[in-house]
Write a protein that binds this ligand. Structure first.
Ligand code: UDP
Length: 235
């Protein structure tokens, strides 16, 4: 096993599956199955999930809503997704804990780093909800921050694209995929991996990032085993 402790970042949109909004139950089950495979191997898994399938602060701001208000709504959306994922994982027989950056003690523990690490050591999947707890940030930044805090070996950004390309592969048929990149190359080539706040935080803390296709069965397990899946960004 190449990676002993991982931080898996899933976008809210990924949870939509083929729907236009909300949570697709089949997709949720698939993710639970994929995550279970690596947990059973002894990999320690922490997860940050986005909220874009339900609400994004910027979308609210575009319609005239106060940005901060919208961002808090977005953070609450990540808790809803976290609860859904928690349910799916427990249904698959995996022990979990949900920790929230905004206190809501009926549904989640508060985020406490030492507790999170203890849960991981006991083989529980820890889901971090409510992003960083602050407006003007993204769940990519929350994922990076939590990964550093819990000393994860790597942040795995599960997307519907199978890595980082020199141009958008969904728009350009000639797009070429990179198997690995340095942080400097990503800056030089102006590639989009995560938003700049998140990316800079990873860079400064030497936290490797792997962008991969989470919707392809077995990919997560192959990655943990050290196979060359997706694109690795490293020092
Ligand atoms: N958000 C925030 N602070 C954070 C994380 C998230 O304000 O630390 C809000 C922000 O409005 C964002 C929304 O929550 O648009 C959902 O998160 P994100 O857009 O990152 O989700 P994803 O794109 O991964 O589905």
């Amino acid at each position: 096993m190449k990676y002993k402790r991982i931080l898996l970042k899933l976008s809210g949109e990924a949870l939509m599956g083929n729907r236009q909004y909300g949570i697709d139950n089949d997709r949720l089950k698939e993710y639970a199955t994929e995550i279970k495979k690596v947990v059973e191997k002894g990999c320690e898994v922490a997860i940050v999930i986005g909220g874009g399938n339900i609400f994004r602060g910027l979308a609210g701001a575009a319609t005239g809503m106060d940005r901060v208000q919208g961002d808090y709504m977005g953070m609450l959306a990540t808790v809803i997704n976290g609860m859904a994922l928690q349910d799916a994982l427990e249904d698959a027989g995996i022990m979990t804990r949900l920790q929230s950056a905004i206190e809501m003690d009926k549904v989640a523990e508060p985020f406490i780093k030492r507790k999170a690490v203890r849960h991981l050591e006991k083989g529980r999947v820890v889901i971090f909800g409510a992003g960083t707890g602050n407006p003007y940030f993204t769940t990519d930044t929350a994922a990076t921050l939590r990964a550093i805090e819990i000393d994860a070996d790597v942040i795995l950004k599960g997307t519907r694209v199978d890595g980082i390309y020199d141009s958008d592969p969904e728009k350009n048929a000639d797009a070429v995929k990179f198997s690995s990149l340095s942080f400097d190359e990503v800056f030089e080539k102006n590639l989009k991996v995560m938003d700049m706040t998140a990316f800079t935080l990873s860079h400064e803390n030497k936290l490797p990032i792997i962008v991969f296709d989470m919707n392809k069965e077995g990919n997560l397990e192959r990655l943990i085993d050290g196979e060359n899946v997706g694109t690795l960004v490293n020092m």
